[in-house]
Design a protein around this ligand. Sequence first.
Ligand SMILES: [Zn+2]
Length: 398
Amino acid sequence: MAVDTATGPMQGKLVVRNIGLLLSGDLGRPILDADTIVAVDGRITAIGKAKAIDADKPDVVIDAKGCTMAPGLIDSHCHPVFGDWTPRQNQLGWIDSCVNGGVTTFVSAGEVHLPGRPKDPLGVKALAITAQRTFANFRPSGAKIIAGAPVPEKTMGEEDYAELARAGVAMIGEIGLGTVNTGPEARKHVAWCRKHGIQTIIHTGGPSIPGSNLISHEVVLEADPDVISHINGGHTALASGHICQLCEQAKGAIEIVHNGNEKAAIVALRTAIELKRTHEVIIGTDAPAGSGVQPLGILRTIAFLASFGGVAPETVLCMATGNTARVRKLDAGLIEAGKPADFVFLDRAQHTSGKTLLDSMALGDLPGIGMVVIDGMVRCGRSRNTPPAERIPEVVEH
Ligand SMILES: [Zn+2]
């Protein structure tokens, strides 16, 4: 297995031309009227029609061949441990597999699968800081892994969060995977985190695996976290009425995951849209997990929510890119000048019955990925994991 660990960014000028459809990641304007993009030193500098853009003297040219281009997908909820290995299912290379599924940024919801994970405050802090540091230095296939997400334990106090914040830890792992699992306890830890600028998330629903806890809608409401992690359960969901109540009353972002309850996902999606909270819906996989590692988990969730949820695919794609970037405070997720050149090129899967890429996704088919670019560097060509795309981009001589 060849895993490219060069971090980038690309040095020089990248021009992408002949883009058939450009998806922005921004719910306010999901489709851009442009066919050309220029990026310099790994960041987007210009977006527009070929004639109006200075595409002279490129170092690299990608001919998109009429494919759709979108921001690299973001997994708002995954569980990395160390390296490109997961002890949960004893798998190697899962991150590289997910890059082949269009994911360019991964956000840890806790490094909880580490065998023998420490639970004393010093051990919890040491693990989080180590995970944050190791993944800042290690980027399999160029992937950006935002890790270092300590799981709150009852024995931790405000000074522990202050120390974590000083060390550069910006988020916690899921409340509820440790010993903090009641409303009053959770609320106390959320308040400490908030005071020190640490983002908070909470496991929602029944226990995921033996040893984790039920977190009810009452606990979520009392805790008041920044993100309601897997509102559709991970995997066991709350009752529909309680999911609706969370969408109505909880202030945290509404996260839907692949490794959750599908019916509950549709309830949450529809309720969020009715309540005009579409911009707060974000998407994750919750992988690796008991149900495995799904390299196409984010794509599958997009196609599922578009088809069964009846929401335009370009809107759902914003939930997996721009929404997540805003909620999780990431420098990613948008096709916009100044943003990193993290791109996924998509086209209709061969033999789909959908007439266009977006039609095919609305029918529930997965798109084919033809190329993934991170920080301006080509990280994979035709995906080894998606159904084959009809057309794929090419790096051309110029
Ligand atoms: Zn969970």
